[in-house]
Write a protein that binds this ligand. Structure first.
Ligand code: SF4
Length: 766
């Protein structure tokens, strides 16, 4: 793979030259967050653009932060309604740096592949469509017209619509997502994998089966009423930072915060609100009242332990009326919990019976409890069980459909939930397809399409000729990087709709196209004037987003305009849809959304209200469980056992504080005390001693799965507070170790949070 055409590196596996390890921070937020957020913003955007963008983000008439999906407060929005990492996400998109045609002429694919993901992202915004002909070593400019002509002809030449895959990243607006799925289904396939497949797919499936909805059942205001908030498998300090303010308000009301995570994350230790004097200068507020350092994938055992304590009490503190009226399966659960032994629970969770009992007491005495979770639960083979054990715990206390109580899967990408609501799913419901077909007078395909893992396997098997990505950095986000790269290389054409340069532009099919689009922060002018789009946050609130910055280039197209041009080049008006009606004024798109998607009626008037609107949620609004039996289901799950051999560990992949998914803002993980580097493996000091390893030793990490090994080279060992037998590394660097055939049952979510690995010391002469 080292010829000029095929990149030498999937990502450079070189030791960090200037790595520095310090102490983890004791408090999140504060002056440091303001300093980093503002310096990054001014460095990337300059003063004027930074001020304009930061004063507009998350405001009622502004644009939605391109970071995470944490909701905005309904009533009071502060002047600075953003966090440090929100500022970084905006600075990344609104940077003044540019990647021009001249840049591509000066850098071959192979040369670019030797650069780190951070370096690639720091080159700036793409400015015009670029094309990589078969056998070429450099991208070259192409007109939009020729680009769409090329894609359209290629799609029309396929033997089957299923020879193409259409991927979606969670930043795509509702309008673009709705048009995209319409186009793909009119084209004739459900091959619509998305980033949700790799993150909360397990949550959706687990909840749909047990409580009849795949979405969270709380709103932001519920956090004002909870007396206990469990944060499990989530690191809000880095991934949803404004959540810390919400938790701080809750703690000040006397609410108990229970943190469950193999790592002690700074964001759940203390938080200084930068807009408070005490928070700016002081050490802030202690958040978690309890922290349980569960071992990696020890959540089922721990949650069963907590339930066992509650049910074994002489007079169990459970909501018997709720259980009797709204649930089924309780007796099977009680029988199972009686039979589970404390040895199994303590061994499986890594937590002592005493600590479990202490937390169970807090939970049992709660009148209104919210459970929040993220990837720490969803990316395991038993991910669906993890989440259903949380549902069991909530059902025992009747914590659904009342203020301050419910399930809260915290979404990553800012509109990942919205995209799914718009129909971006390879397993669409019959009801959705019926509604879509009725509105557009066609019979959509019903056969399920490829999930992300299935799409990669199909590419690897040479079954996919065209891979089209609406946003994202597919290669770096996907598991098993080398396997995925090979699959992409087997495609005849790969197309990336992007704002910034990333590694997915370097690992391509025979031919490749980069289509640069407008970002969230930028003005989107169409025939009827400036357009806005709408997004849906993690709690089901749909609101508008309108950018006002000058676009990075006059040659950018908006996502909806790109989808329309793609459809016109491929389908024309053959199937009775006049695509041209959708670009001039996005109200036309929203009218069709209103006609097809339940809960979006009168969208164009409701989306113009200052806070947008909250989608109906049967569980939250009326304790209605839309399962087959119309009852919420208690479920019984075995304690999982990972086959960890002698000298092997369970590794989890994590984000640093200077990254958002695969976007690397910088090399600083300030909260964990890791500076100027990313190729690190966090390890328990006793395990290091047992392995005769010292801090800063260089190691290779080797994963073991079904007799196959995968290697990632050159990591430095860092002593860290993590349970014995557990390791942590950053993704995307460690994704090369995640086996394609290791995924969560039913949801197919890659098991990026629990990989069996061993460490090999790097010989000093290498
Ligand atoms: S919490 Fe999330 S949505 Fe809010 S500003 Fe920060 S990154 Fe953006």
């Amino acid at each position: 793979m080292t010829d000029e055409r095929n990149p030498e590196y999937l990502s450079p596996e070189v030791l960090d030259a200037n790595l520095r390890i310090g102490k983890p921070a004791e408090s999140a937020g504060g002056a440091a967050a303001v300093k980093v957020g503002l310096t990054t913003s001014v460095k990337q955007m300059g003063v004027a653009r930074a001020i304009s963008a930061l004063l507009d983000v998350n405001q009622k008439t502004g644009f939605d932060c391109p970071g995470c999906a944490w909701p905005d407060p309904e009533n009071h929005r502060s002047v600075a309604e953003f966090c440090e990492n929100g500022a970084k996400a905006i600075a990344e998109e609104a940077t003044l740096k540019r990647v021009t045609a001249e840049f591509f002429a000066a850098h071959s694919i192979n040369e670019l592949s030797r650069q780190s993901d951070h370096w690639l992202g720091q080159q700036g915004r793409l400015t015009r469509p670029m094309y990589l002909p078969k056998g070429a070593t450099h991208y070259q400019p192409i007109s939009w017209k020729d680009a769409f002509h090329k894609i359209g002809n290629k799609l029309k030449s396929l033997g089957s619509p299923n020879d193409a895959v259409f991927y979606t990243s969670g930043r795509t607006s509702n309008e673009a997502a709705f048009l995209y799925q319409l186009f793909v289904r009119l084209f004739g396939t459900n091959n619509l994998p998305d980033c949700s497949n790799m993150c909360h797919e397990s949550s959706g499936l687990a909840m749909n089966h047990t409580i009849g909805t795949g979405k969270g059942t709380v709103s932001l205001k519920d956090f004002d009423f909870a007396d206990c908030i469990v944060v499990i498998g989530q690191n809000p300090g880095t991934n949803h930072p404004r959540m810390l303010r919400t938790l701080q308000d809750a703690v000040r009301r006397g609410c108990k915060i229970i943190s469950i995570n193999p790592l002690v994350e700074t964001g759940l230790k203390r938080f200084g609100h930068p807009q408070e004097i005490s928070g700016f200068f002081g050490s802030g507020t202690r958040l978690a009242t309890h922290h349980l350092p569960v071992k990696i994938n020890g959540d089922v055992a721990l949650l069963k332990g907590i339930q066992k304590v509650i049910l074994d009490e002489a007079t169990p503190r459970i909501d018997l009326d709720f259980i009797a009226q709204f649930t089924e399966g309780f007796e099977a659960l009680r029988t199972n919990l009686h039979s589970v032994t404390w040895e199994e629970i303590v061994e499986g969770s890594g937590i002592s019976e005493k600590d479990i009992r202490e937390v169970a007491d807090v939970i049992a005495s709660s009148k209104a409890m919210i459970c929040c979770w993220a990837m720490g639960l969803t990316q395991h083979q038993n991910a669906v069980s993890n989440i259903q054990e949380i549902i069991n715990l909530l059902l025992l206390g009747g914590h659904f459909g009342r203020p301050g109580a419910g399930a809260c899967p915290v979404r990553g990408h800012s509109n990942v939930q919205g995209d799914r609501t718009m129909g971006i799913w390879e397993r669409p419901s019959h009801d959705f397809l019926r509604r879509l077909g009725a509105e557009f007078h066609f019979t959509p395909p019903h056969a399920h399409g490829y999930s992300t893992v299935e799409a990669i396997e199909a590419m690897h098997a040479g079954k996919v000729k065209i891979f089209f990505a609406l946003g994202g950095n597919f290669l770096s986000a996907a598991p098993d990087t080398a396997y995925t790269a090979h699959g992409l290389n087997l495609c005849e054409l790969t197309v990336q709709v992007s704002t910034k340069l990333n590694r997915s532009h370097l690992i391509t099919g025979d031919e490749a196209l980069i289509l640069p689009c407008l970002g969230r922060t930028e003005r989107d002018l169409q025939a009827s004037g400036a357009q806005f789009v709408c997004v849906e946050d993690s709690m089901g609130v749909v609101h508008s987003s309108q950018g006002r910055l000058d676009p990075a280039s006059t040659e950018l197209m908006s996502e909806p305009a790109i989808v329309v041009a793609l459809a016109q080049a491929t389908l024309g008006t053959t199937l009775g849809v006049d695509w041209s009606e959708f670009v001039g004024n996005y109200d036309t798109i929203r009218d069709r959304i209103a006609a097809v998607i339940p809960g979006f009626e009168n969208l164009n008037s409701r989306i113009r209200t200052p806070n947008g609107f909250e989608l109906p949620n049967a569980v939250r609004d009326s304790r209605e469980f839309r399962t087959a039996s119309k009852k919420a289901l208690f479920t019984v799950h075995p304690i999982p056992h990972l086959n960890v051999g002698p000298g092997q560990f369970v590794m989890t992949t994590i984000r640093s504080h200077d990254q958002y998914n695969t976007t690397i803002y910088g090399l600083e993980d300030r909260y964990r005390g890791i500076h100027n580097g990313r190729r690190v493996v966090l390890m328990n000091a006793d395990d290091m001693a047992a392995q005769k390893l010292s801090a800063n030793d260089a190691v290779d990490i080797v994963s073991h799965h079904l007799g196959k090994q995968r290697r990632a080279k050159n990591f430095r060992v860092v002593a860290y507070e993590i349970p014995r037998g557990c390791l942590a590394t950053y993704f995307p660097e460690a994704n090369v170790l995640v086996p394609i055939d290791s995924f969560a049952k039913t949801s197919h979510t890659p098991t990026s949070k629990s990989i069996i690995v061993s460490l090999e010391k790097v010989p000093s002469d290498r």
